[in-house]
Ligand binder design. Structure first.
Ligand code: GAR
Length: 215
């Protein structure tokens, strides 16, 4: 058996994706250990979830730094003190500096609530509804310096229903996020997934297109 994958999870909010990963580790479906959960906001529910699972927590408030660079440097120092194999961005709502991203290239992943490259950025659900698209969803991708632009590993497709509100659509997308994010973490723990020359290698082969779930 592989040594357990050491993970640091970064959050800014509710932490339901964090919870999905905690639950699968607890159920021994993922051979990993969450070394720490770091939030850029105090008093978010995700920190309670981490504490309930006996995971060390850290809060690094971005507003206490006078530049993105100094915040990212402090964040990097804290993350690296745990020596993780993988950094998991789970609702971490910060734009990251190129130096920070470069430091974790190939070992940092993000989940984004859209079928990338569609709807990078925020308010993804409302934008999908406003455009009357039939399908929306979520993507897990390697983080590269381009915002929400790194190679996509897996996407969950979710139909947009007539009369959907952004809240209803978000809820259905989130349910799928809780399936695809732990799956990707498990693949890492099984050492089946890596980034090589900007290409995803999955089970020893170049992944030609994102793995698709649903739709
Ligand atoms: C999730 O929907 C995630 O995809 C999104 O924030 C939510 C966090 O929920 N992330 C982004 O928008 C990143 N750009 P959670 O805190 O309950 O996991």
């Amino acid at each position: 058996m592989n040594t357990p994958l050491s993970i640091v999870v970064l959050i800014s909010g509710s932490g339901s994706n964090l919870q999905a990963i905690i639950d699968e580790i607890a159920a021994a479906k993922i051979n990993a250990n969450i070394a720490a959960v770091i939030s850029n906001k105090a008093d978010v529910y995700g920190l309670e979830r981490a504490k309930a699972a006996n995971i060390p927590t850290e809060v690094i408030k971005h507003e206490q730094f006078d530049s993105r660079e100094s915040f990212d440097a402090a964040l990097q120092k804290t993350i690296d003190s745990y020596q993780p194999d993988l950094v998991v961005l789970a609702g971490f709502m910060r734009i990251l500096t190129p130096a920070f991203v470069q430091h974790y290239l190939g070992r940092m992943i993000n989940i984004h609530p859209s079928l990338l490259p569609a709807y990078k950025g925020i308010h993804t659900h409302q934008r999908a509804i406003d455009d009357h698209v039939k399908e929306h969803g979520a993507s897990v991708h390697f983080v590269t310096p381009e915002l929400d632009g790194g190679p996509v590993i897996i996407q969950a497709h979710v139909p947009v229903l007539p009369d959907d509100t952004a809240e209803e659509l978000a809820k259905r997308v989130l349910k799928q996020e809780h399936i695809i994010y732990p799956k990707v973490v498990r693949w890492f723990a099984e050492r089946r997934l890596r980034l090589e020359d900007a290409q995803i290698i999955f089970d020893g082969e170049k992944l030609q297109q994102a793995i698709k779930l649903g739709g």
